[in-house]
Design a protein. Structure first.
Length: 238
């Protein structure tokens, strides 16, 4: 991985440089979604050196491009999962191999769908489905809205637009961070080989402009602690 460590004269270890994150920005990513994830990572409790990856970006989405990164983040996208997958499936093997070798995959909304397997990178112990199609869902269409979740037992609200639920295999080795109001899984972290995969269906990275542009408000206020918690849980071991 990219971050290196130095040993001080007292024998303790400290990071010599920030962790390195690649954020996908390219076909299939929605306007502003990559930038919101990049801002989250740059300003978090453990700030990252962030670069964009994808067609025409400074880093190609290849095994060589991923090799120097600690985290790969797949942001939200448009509504066409199959179309987005067509543009990304050529990199699926490289993403799987990199994660299996110790990389950290972060997926937000569409990035969560893509962590599944039908279609997707196949990084989860299970698959994904639409929350709006799940039994007892309080939202039944693709409009931008705010949904309640239980995040580690606490009631919170997040920006939402047709995000996934995560359907885990029986006995899956995974930590559920959040559930929607109908009990389905809204955020989860799971190991993948030596790496870890952290995914979320709603948008904890959404800033105030997302809410104002959609005419929405968050009763909890616009806060990023849930997004930071997802990142930190995914980083465990680094």
């Amino acid at each position: 991985m990219a971050a290196t460590l130095l040993t001080t004269t007292s024998g303790s270890r400290r990071e010599a440089e920030p962790l390195s994150a690649l954020v996908y920005r390219g076909p299939g990513a929605c306007d502003g979604c990559a930038e919101a994830v990049a801002a989250l990572l740059k300003l978090g409790p453990r700030p990252f050196k962030v670069r964009y990856v994808g067609p025409g970006e400074e880093v190609p989405l290849t095994a060589a491009g991923l090799a120097e990164a600690d985290v790969y983040a797949q942001p939200g996208g448009d509504d066409d999962l199959d179309g987005t997958w067509e543009g990304l499936k050529g990199a699926a093997g490289a993403i799987r191999d990199w994660t299996r070798g110790g990389g950290r995959y972060l997926g937000f909304c569409m990035g969560g769908y893509l962590a599944g397997s039908d279609p997707g990178f196949g990084l989860l112990p299970g698959d994904t489905d639409e929350y709006i199609a799940s039994s007892g869902a309080s939202v039944r269409d693709e409009r931008d809205t705010v949904v309640p979740v239980m995040w580690k037992g606490a009631s919170r609200h997040m920006y939402f637009q047709d995000g996934p639920v995560f359907v885990l295999d029986d006995g899956a080795d995974a930590s559920v961070l959040a559930r929607y109001d109908n009990g389905t899984v809204a955020a989860v972290v799971a190991p993948y080989g030596k790496g870890r995969v952290g995914v979320v269906g709603p948008h904890p990275e959404a800033d105030s402009s997302w809410y104002s542009d959609a005419g929405l408000s968050n009763p909890d206020g616009v806060r990023f602690d849930l997004a930071h918690d997802l990142v930190e849980e995914t980083l465990k071991g680094l």
